[in-house]
Unconditional design. Structure first.
Ligand code: CP
Ligand code: NVA
Length: 305
């Protein structure tokens, strides 16, 4: 049987996404119910960037499934400098049964998947963060009756987190308003493909450059850092360009009453979000927790029998 990877959500069908959400719901209720599925299997976490949530949630998820985990920091592998992604994939996949990779260049995780004999999961690249987006849709589903009647505003940078969230929402019929400054819109081809898919699922996507208009009437308001890992030298410019795009009380006043605040974390209070993120309408820690349940479902689908 051909091995399956999770590199971005473009190649995942709506049915596959809903199956993961359903399985994650069961696993959240019974975290140890599949504790032998990864028995005698090893998952390698090959990370080029730091991580709290992705690393820990994958490690714990794999342990709950009975597997063994190897964390490989940039120092151990040094992919790209010490060895090519092809050599890394060909060697590591002879030792382990699955790889989670966090990379700078999306092309590197594509190459890893191409040459690896075992499933490769994208644990964040400059282009996509599929595990985050699947967990976010799961968290949204815990808070609404019908995904199809839901509208989420994403405010901030058109980055990896947004790219994957667009696809996840499109494929599950959630409508999206995207509010970014000029020049920070999501990539054209990703946005057009996602809005086309959204339309076919009865959802509507809209782009805004006015954050107040983008948030207006929404059920959820989502943001991410203005400066992603690897963009540190643009930080000063970005702080200037994103002024007015902070999620705070003024912005939340125009969202629906009791709209919920989301952030993939890490958060920079005082930049993309005020301390409103610590208030009662914030569901950021549920999002973080749900990474573990959803990724357990992903590991089962990709590495289970
Ligand atoms: N949201 C997320 O991926 O967090 P980490 O970078 O800490 O893994
Ligand atoms: N956009 C952020 C997400 C971190 C989880 C980054 O890539 O750094």
């Amino acid at each position: 049987m051909k091995k399956k990877d999770l590199i971005s959500l473009e190649n995942m069908s709506s049915k596959e996404i809903f199956d993961i959400l359903k399985l994650a719901k069961k696993l959240k209720r019974e975290p140890l119910s599949k504790k032998h599925v990864l028995k005698d299997k090893t998952l390698a976490l090959l990370f080029q960037k730091p991580s709290n949530r992705t690393r820990i949630s994958f490690e714990v998820a794999a342990v709950h499934l009975g597997g063994y985990v190897l964390y490989l920091s940039p120092r151990e592998i040094d992919m790209g400098s010490r060895e090519t992604p092809k050599d890394v994939a060909c060697v590591v996949s002879r030792y382990v049964d699955g790889i989670v990779a966090r990379v700078f260049s999306h092309q590197d995780v594509v190459e890893l998947a191409r040459y690896s004999d075992v499933p490769v999961i994208n644990g964040l690249s400059d282009l996509a963060h599929p595990c985050q987006a699947l967990s976010d849709v799961f968290t949204i589903s815990e808070n609404v009756k019908k995904l199809k009647k839901t509208r989420i505003a994403y405010i901030g940078d058109g980055n990896n987190v947004l790219n994957s969230l667009l696809m996840a929402c499109a494929k599950t019929g959630i409508s999206m308003n995207v509010g970014t400054p000029e020049g920070y819109q999501p990539l054209g081809h990703i946005y057009s493909e996602a809005s086309e898919i959204a339309r076919s699922n009865g959802a509507v996507f809209e782009l805004f450059t006015d954050p107040l208009k983008a948030v207006s009437g929404c059920d959820f308001v989502y943001t991410d850092v203005w400066t992603s890992m690897g963009q540190e030298n643009e930080k000063e410019k970005r702080l200037e360009d994103f002024k007015g795009f902070q999620i705070n009380e003024t912005l939340m006043k125009v969202a629906k009453k009791d709209a919920l605040i989301m952030h993939c974390l890490p958060a920079h209070r005082g930049e993309e979000v005020s301390d409103i993120i610590d208030g009662k309408n914030s569901i950021i820690y549920d999002q973080a927790e749900n990474r573990m349940h959803v990724q357990k479902a992903i590991l089962l689908r990709l590495m289970g029998k």
